[in-house]
Design a protein around this ligand. Structure first.
Ligand code: PEP
Ligand code: MG
Length: 580
């Protein structure tokens, strides 16, 4: 099967298909008589929550498309509240003494199959309503249940799924995960980012993998070329053995650069940092030879838990990471929930366009208590290391002003409480929305640095959903519009005397390095495992050549022409990066 290679490496082993909430994979668990009432309460709660979600979606559809389209949800609500169905589920639990999700899945599937078998188009449609509602309800019921299972895998597996939401990936028992293979997704989906950060080979956009592959099948996953090979032959295994040897010798070569600075052949010094998702990742950062952390995605502290992390818990995580890196900097990004990162128990209403919705700083500016706990935790941790803070998804000046003013309020609070913090802590803004680029001169007056989030900047500029494999070919980092926006950002920042980094995945792609250097970027922040190769490359290019390429790119009309030129240079100065 062919997909998109998003995290390098090769692995082989048994497949474990996560069929989401597909009825046939709901685990059956025996329960005792005493547990029955508790199971029934869980069902009631899940029904209430599902009803609330359905009504919210219905309202949105009603507002956006009109009452006719919204009426399909009436059918869903009817299914959900059907007393015959709920009675039968309750009888099933009592008789079979099994967990509620299993009972519900069995009964609902029986109803759906009966409806499906009837020779009537209307009733067949109801079978699909039934399945939609069942899936939603099971999602609400399972929440933590299935995640617990994923936390304790009995043996190593290649995980296959339709998609792996970051909240699920965060729960996985990583030591038993060999690789990821998903039906959908793109290079900058958070599954891909997480896989790279965990150094787990991954292939996304495989189409029908989760439906066609089977649990327990033996496969080889090639995260360099985006392939999953079922029952590989001896010849294939031999070829992959050769590949592994080439890879090892490259890693050895790259290891030489670990203690050396990221400086170009003609003497221009760059800062090369790493991206992390949790405090423990600082170990990998130090081993990689990075000079600190350019992006700490704090969402994972939230996604890894079923309750909101307290100020104290967050303080501890930031403090630990800062202390481990000290005196190197740790840039903590404030919470970027929303988009493809949700906390199931936060009750954030479902949205039609989550990437354009209530996300990141927009969410934090409204959920002030959540934001307060985080800002106070970051400020307090700043006393223990070299912490900088940055806000994600700034789309207008007002958001930055509001965030800074809240930060001032909490500084004042801490002063009054006599709690120490770094009074000079730098504050930065992520530049990942075209409007922020256009307002960069005004934003630059209010922060000490910018960090360009190319993952989102590309998605919003080109109107290409970063998760959608159907349009992945349109997601072009070398589109001239993107390079012009980066140039506008570095110009505005340098005019205001502040520095600019890039922390999106573009910074970890060797082919993009001459362009980013030539466009005037001062810092690159990449997955720890990409640091050695990026440093190796920086040390082999000349800034003068990079500038030439960037200048040509700014007047070019073609993404492929820009890519070809950059690729030619990179391949000529660092051919060993391309041997696999
Ligand atoms: C980005 O958008 O480039 C970025 C670094 O943030 P995230 O991938 O977490 O949205
Ligand atoms: Mg982003």
């Amino acid at each position: 099967m062919h997909g998109i290679a998003v995290s390098p490496g090769v692995c082989r082993g048994k497949l474990l298909i996560l069929t989401d909430n597909r009825v046939d994979c709901i685990p059956r668990r025996a329960i005792s008589e005493d547990e029955i009432p508790q199971q029934m309460t869980r069902l009631e709660q899940a029904v209430t929550e599902t009803r609330r979600q359905l009504l919210a979606v219905q309202d949105k559809v009603n507002a956006g498309m009109g009452a006719k389209d919204a009426s399909i949800f009436d059918a869903h609500l009817l299914v959900l509240e059907d007393p015959t169905l709920l009675d039968e589920v309750s009888r099933y639990v009592e008789k079979e003494k099994v967990n509620i999700e299993y009972a519900f899945a069995q009964v609902a599937e029986k109803y759906a199959k009966t409806l499906e078998a009837i020779d009537d188009e209307y009733l067949r449609e109801r079978a699909s309503d039934m399945r939609d509602v069942t899936e939603r309800l099971l999602q609400n019921l399972l929440g933590t249940f299935q995640e617990l299972d994923l936390k304790h895998l009995k043996e190593p597996y290649i995980i296959v799924a339709y998609d792996l939401a970051p909240s699920r990936t965060a729960m996985l028992d990583k030591k038993n995960v060999l690789g990821f293979a998903t039906d959908v997704g793109g290079k900058t989906s958070h599954t891909a980012i997480m896989a790279r950060s965990l150094r787990i080979p991954a292939v996304v956009g495989l189409g029908k993998a989760s439906g066609e592959l089977q649990n327990g099948q033996y496969a080889l996953l090639d995260g360099y070329h985006g392939q999953v090979i079922i029952n590989p032959t001896d010849q294939t295994l031999f070829e992959y053995g050769q590949l592994a040897r080439i890879q090892l010798s490259l890693e050895e070569k790259l290891r030489d650069t670990i203690d050396k600075p990221a400086v170009t052949l003609d003497g221009v010094r760059l800062t090369l940092s790493a991206n992390i998702e949790q405090a423990e990742d600082t170990v990998a950062v130090k081993e990689s030879g990075a000079e600190g952390v350019g992006l700490f995605r704090t969402e994972y502290l939230f996604l890894n838990s079923t309750t909101l992390p307290t100020e104290e818990q967050q303080y501890e995580a930031y403090r630990r990471a800062a202390a481990a890196l000290k005196p190197a900097p740790l840039i903590v990004r404030t919470l970027d929930l929303g988009g493809d990162k949700f906390m199931s128990h936060l009750n954030v209403p479902a949205e039609m366009n989550p990437f354009l919705g209530w996300r990141a700083i927009r969410f934090c500016l409204e959920e002030k208590e959540i934001f307060r706990a985080q800002l106070r935790a970051i400020l307090r941790a700043s006393a223990e290391g070299n912490i900088k803070i940055m806000y994600p998804m700034i789309s207008c000046l007002d958001e930055l002003i509001q965030a800074n003013s809240l930060l001032d309020t909490y500084r004042e609070e801490l002063r009054k409480e006599g709690v120490p913090f770094d009074e000079k802590m730098d504050v930065g803004a992520m530049i990942e929305i075209p409007s922020a680029v256009l307002m960069a001169d005004a934003l630059a007056k209010r922060v000490q640095f910018f960090s360009i989030g190319t993952n989102d900047l590309i998605q919003y500029t080109l109107a290409v959903d970063r998760l959608n494999e159907k349009i992945a070919h349109l997601y072009e980092p070398t589109n001239p519009s993107i390079l012009r926006l980066i140039k506008m950002t570095t110009n505005a920042a340098h005019a205001a005397g502040i520095w600019v980094g890039v922390c999106g995945e573009m910074a970890g792609d060797p082919l993009m390095i001459p362009l980013l250097l030539g466009l005037g970027v001062d810092e690159l922040s990449v997955a720890p495992q990409a640091v050695p190769q990026i440093k190796y490359l920086i040390r082999r290019v000349k800034m003068s050549e990079a500038k030439e390429i960037a200048e040509a790119a700014l007047t070019s009309e073609s993404s492929t022409e820009i890519l070809d030129r950059s690729q030619k240079l990179v391949r000529s100065v660092a051919p060993s990066l391309f041997e696999q």
